[in-house]
Design a protein around this ligand. Structure first.
Ligand SMILES: NC(=O)c1ccc[n+]([C@@H]2O[C@H](COP(=O)([O-])OP(=O)(O)OC[C@H]3O[C@@H](n4cnc5c(N)ncnc54)[C@H](OP(=O)(O)O)[C@@H]3O)[C@@H](O)[C@H]2O)c1
Length: 306
């Protein structure tokens, strides 16, 4: 039995499908059983509870040989933050897994996870990585770049549905984008291949594109001619400060957008990707065609698709 915490999410759903296709038994931890409705037909066990609740996590972990953490609290509510979910929730999961004799934990972290990063998400993911490495459990850490599928929803879908979209900042900084489908294949490989234990794998995609170039690809594939507006960086900086007290989740997202627009975000992922020749290197154009042209309803709601 494999536990996928975050199995209801964009990446987690793809991981659950791959593991089930291999005939593996899968359990999903979710705060709300209704969010796992799309998984029920796959024959997945559901445990309802918060990753911060030791009793729920105990129930979820009992009898599993591997645990996947694909959770985050970046865009959460007041009680679901990078500190409570990515650091403390993962700490809870790792502690329970250790006591329960779980064989192996796969932690989905982030590109740029670091103790000194300006974003709390990167700091809290780093804390979780350190916790896992010190736990005595066998581990694999996956550090993905930004998911194409998420940003197609955030930036691209409004072009199709409203005829316009908003870019936060100048949109000229090169950013590495990876398909969540490729990342799911890395998680699957980590579960199945003991050679990946004790490894931190940076999973980037084939392209470093600015947000402007990202939208050019989206528009050319969907033949959309919607308008692209810009929220100025100066306004975003003020917004991040003002929102810190009023809406911390919104403040985090604005800060994330500032980081994406101003800090180096490009990587050369080619060497790592060549080391895993059986995992496809999906391009942005392929993701856009798959989710918005060939089967536009699959991506709606963000969790469908292959
Ligand atoms: N999105 C990106 O661009 C990106 C880039 C790099 C790395 N990552 C990492 O990839 C992983 C998946 O990201 P995603 O974008 O696919 O996520 P997502 O679609 O936003 O889903 C988040 C998941 O986290 C779960 N979760 C959040 N708080 C929880 C809590 N307190 N207790 C239990 N479960 C909780 C949610 O479960 P319920 O709502 O069902 O409870 C949901 O399944 C995360 O670890 C993320 O940090 C994402």
């Amino acid at each position: 039995m494999i536990l996928v915490a975050g199995g209801t999410g964009r990446l987690g759903t793809k991981v659950v499908k791959l593991l089930r296709q291999r005939g593996l038994e899968v359990r999903v931890l979710t705060r709300d059983r209704k969010r796992a409705a799309h998984l029920v037909d796959l024959g997945v066990e559901i445990v309802e509870g918060d990753v911060g609740d030791p009793a729920a996590v105990q129930l979820a972990v009992d009898g599993t040989r591997s645990v996947v953490s694909a959770i985050h609290g970046f865009a959460g509510t007041k009680n679901a933050t990078p500190a409570t979910v990515d650091r403390d929730g993962n700490r809870n999961l790792i502690g329970v897994a250790r006591k329960a004799g779980v064989e192996h934990v796969v932690l989905v972290s982030v590109q740029d996870a670091a103790a000194e990063h300006p974003m709390s998400l990167m700091r809290m993911k780093y804390a979780a990585e350190e916790e896992l490495k010190a736990s005595g459990l066998a581990w694999t850490i996956i550090r993905p770049a930004a998911y194409m599928e998420l940003w197609c929803e955030l930036l691209g879908r409004p072009l199709l549905e409203k005829g316009k979209t908003q870019v936060f900042g100048r949109g000229r900084n090169p950013i590495n984008w990876v398909s969540a489908s490729d990342v799911a294949r890395f998680v699957e490989t980590a579960i199945e291949d003991p050679a990946l234990r004790g490894q931190t794998i940076e999973v980037g995609g084939p392209e470093n594109l600015s947000v402007t170039e990202f939208l050019d690809v989206f528009r050319s594939q969907t033949t959309s001619n919607g308008k692209v507006g810009h929220v100025p960086l100066a306004g975003m900086r003020v917004g991040a400060i003002v929102m810190k007290l009023m809406d911390p989740s919104m403040a985090r997202m604005i800060q994330g957008a500032i980081v994406m627009d101003t800090r180096p975000q490009s990587i050369d992922a080619s060497e790592t990707r060549r080391s895993f020749p059986s995992i496809p290197v999906t391009s942005l154009a392929e993701v856009v065609r798959r989710d918005f042209v060939d089967s536009p309803d699959a991506a709606r709601g963000a969790r469908g698709g292959p």
